[in-house]
Design a protein around this ligand. Structure first.
Ligand code: NBP
Length: 479
C-alpha cells in the first residue's frame, strides 16, 4: 500500500513529526540522507503506526500515493535547497512539497515561485513547539496555495495541538505567509522572555529575594492574567537547584544569551516594512549585549551606578512592588504583541496575503512556546474588526490603563536603582509616543528642511513647503 504522506529528514523534529502522523493513523513513508536515522525510528517506534522506511529518494517518492505529500524537515538553508533540487525531478504535477523547517520567508517565496512554475505546490509551514510539540501536537502555520491546503490541511489539523476542540493549525496565506508568521511568533517569544527576565531582575534586586522565593511569585502569576507556558517554566527554572553546587541553578548559568537568528530576522524585516517592533528589537539587542563579556567587564570596572541605598524596596512596600512589576510586565507584553501584530498586518498588505490576524492568536493558544491565556483576548480583539492597534482594543486598553501608573513606577524605580529594563522602558516610551497629542517629529521635519531642503507639511493647509533658511527673512515657498 502507498503511504499517505512522507517525511524526509529524521533528526529530532522530523522523527517526532513522523511519529505524530503515524500515531494519528496516517501511513508515513520515511527518508533521511543517511539511513541510520530511518532504521532507528522504525526499530524503536515501528509499533506506533504504519511506517514505510526507504533508503533512496527514488524509493521514497515511489512509496507515496498521489498527489504526493512530501514533508522536508532538514536543517534550514542550503540543506533544504539540496533536498528540493534532488526531489523535484522525481515528482509529478500537483504533488505537494512541504518545508516544515525554520526557513526565512523570502526563501520560501523564492522556492514557492520556482516550484509553481514546474507545476508543483510548495508549502512553507512554520512548526512551533520544539521536539515535544512535534510529537504531541505542535502549532502549525502553513502557507502556500489554498488548493494544497485542501488536501494537506485535514492531516495537519489532526496532528496539531487542540485547544477547546479547535486545532492549532490554519491556512495562513499564500507563499511565504506561514513562515513569516512563524518568524514573528519567534520574535514575540524573544520579547516575552526578555520581559520575564527583566521582571525577575527587578524583583531579585528590589526584594533581595532568593530564586526559590521568586519561583513562588511566578507560580502565583501563572494563575492569573499572565498565565502562559513561559511564566510556568520560569517558576520551574527559578525553583531548580544545581545538584553539583547546591546553588540556585540560575546562579551557575553563564549570563550570556545565545540566539539562532529568528529574532534578528524579525527585526530586520520590520525595519524594511517600517514597523516599529521595539519590544522584539530590545530583546534581540539585550541578548547581543549580554554576549560581549569583555566589553561588560571593562564597563563594570569603569562606570559608576547609583548608591546601594537606592536599590532596595522598603519592607512595607514589597507587596505593592511585586504587584507593580506584574502589571508592568503585562502592559509591556501587550505592547510587544501589538507591535508583532502590526508587523504581520504590514506584511499581509505588502505581499497580498490577507492574513486573518485573529486566527493567528487562535493557533498560538496551544502547542507553541508563546501559548498563553492572553491569546484568547487577542482572538477576541480581532473578532469583529481590526483595531488600529491591539493597545486600543477595549480589553487591552482597559488592562493597560489599569496598570499604567504601576508601569511608570517600575520604570522609574529601574532607572533610580540602575537596573537595565530595555523591554519595560521602551514599551512605555512606545505607549507614550503612540498616545501623544503632538510628537517632536515636527522639530525633526524642521531640521530636515533646514539642512536638506526635505520640505514639510503644515497643520493648517495642504501642500509641501520649504523655508528659505539662508535668506534674511526666511520666507516660505510651496514645494
Ligand atoms: P537539524 O536542523 O539538526 O537538521 C538535521 C537534519 O538535516 C538531518 O536529517 C540531516 O541529515 C539533514 N541534512 C543536513 Br544537516 N544537511 C543535509 C543535506 N545537504 N541533504 C539532506 N539532508 C541534510 O534537525 P532538527 O533539529 O530536527 O530541525 C529540523 C528543522 O526544524 C530545522 O529547520 C529547524 O530549524 C526546525 N525547527 C527545529 C525546532 C527544534 O526545536 N529543534 C523547532 C522548530 C523548528 P543526516 O542525518 O543525514 O545528517
Amino acid at each position: 500500500d502507498l503511504a499517505q504522506i512522507g517525511v524526509s529528514g529524521l533528526a529530532v523534529m522530523g522523527r517526532n513529526l513522523a511519529r505524530n502522523l503515524a500515531r494519528n493513523g496516517f501511513s508515513v513513508a520515511l527518508h533521511n540522507r543517511t539511513s541510520a536515522k530511518t532504521k532507528s525510528l522504525v526499530a524503536e517506534h515501528g509499533d506506533e503506526g504504519t511506517f514505510v522506511p526507504t533508503e533512496t529518494l527514488e524509493e521514497f517518492v515511489a512509496a507515496l500515493e498521489r498527489p504526493r505529500r512530501v514533508v522536508i524537515m532538514v536543517k534550514a538553508g542550503a540543506p533544504t535547497d539540496a533536498v528540493i533540487d534532488e526531489l523535484v525531478p522525481l515528482l509529478d504535477e500537483g504533488d505537494i512539497v512541504i518545508d516544515c523547517g525554520n526557513a526565512h520567508y523570502a526563501d520560501t517565496r523564492r522556492r514557492e515561485a520556482d516550484l509553481r512554475e514546474r507545476g508543483l505546490h510548495f508549502v512553507g509551514a512554520g512548526v512551533s513547539g520544539g521536539e515535544e510539540g512535534a510529537l504531541l501536537g505542535p502549532s502549525i502555520m502553513p502557507g502556500g496555495s489554498k488548493e494544497s491546503y485542501a488536501t494537506l490541511g485535514p492531516m495537519f489539523e489532526k496532528i496539531a495541538a487542540q485547544v477547546d476542540g479547535t486545532p492549532c493549525c490554519v491556512h495562513v496565506g499564500p507563499d511565504g505567509a506561514g513562515h513569516f508568521v512563524k518568524m514573528v511568533h519567534n520574535g514575540i517569544e524573544y520579547a516575552d522572555m526578555q520581559l520575564i527576565a527583566e521582571a525577575y531582575d527587578l524583583l531579585r534586586d528590589g526584594l533581595g529575594a532568593t530564586p526559590a522565593e521568586l519561583a513562588e511569585i511566578f507560580a502565583e502569576w501563572n494563575s492569573g492574567d499572565l498565565s502562559s507556558f513561559l511564566i510556568e517554566i520560569t517558576a520551574e527554572v527559578l525553583g531548580h537547584t544545581d545538584a553539583a553546587t547546591g546553588s540556585p541553578f540560575v546562579d551557575v548559568v553563564v549570563d550570556e544569551a545565545e540566539q539562532k537568528g529568528t529574532g534578528r530576522w524579525t527585526v530586520q524585516t520590520a525595519l524594511d516594512l517600517g514597523v516599529p517592533v521595539t519590544g522584539i528589537a530590545e530583546a534581540t539587542f539585550a541578548r547581543a549585549l549580554s554576549a560581549h563579556p569583555d566589553q561588560r567587564a571593562a564597563a563594570r570596572a569603569a562606570l559608576p551606578g547609583p548608591s546601594e541605598a537606592a536599590q532596595k524596596v522598603p519592607a512595607e512596600e514589597r507587596d505593592a512592588f511585586v504587584d507593580d512589576v506584574r502589571k508592568a510586565l503585562y502592559a509591556s507584553k501587550v505592547v510587544a504583541y501589538a507591535q508583532g501584530y502590526d508587523q504581520m498586518a504590514a506584511a499581509s498588505t505588502e505581499y497580498g496575503w490577507d492574513i486573518d490576524l485573529g486566527a493567528m492568536a487562535t493557533i498560538w493558544r496551544g502547542g507553541c512556546i508563546i501559548r498563553a491565556r492572553f491569546l484568547d483576548r487577542i482572538k477576541d480583539a480581532y473578532a469583529t474588526e481590526r483595531p488600529a492597534s491591539l493597545l486600543v482594543a477595549p480589553y487591552f486598553r482597559d488592562a493597560v490603563a489599569d496598570g499604567q501608573q504601576a508601569w511608570r513606577r517600575v520604570v522609574a524605580h529601574a532607572a533610580r536603582a540602575g537596573i537595565p529594563t530595555p523591554g519595560f522602558s521602551s514599551a512605555l516610551a512606545y505607549y507614550d509616543a503612540l498616545r501623544a497629542d503632538r510628537l517632536p517629529a515636527a522639530l525633526i521635519q524642521g531640521l530636515r528642511d533646514y539642512f536638506g531642503a526635505h520640505t514639510y507639511r503644515r497643520t493648517d493647509r495642504d501642500g509641501s513647503f520649504h523655508t528659505l533658511w539662508a535668506t534674511p527673512d526666511r520666507s516660505e515657498v510651496e514645494a
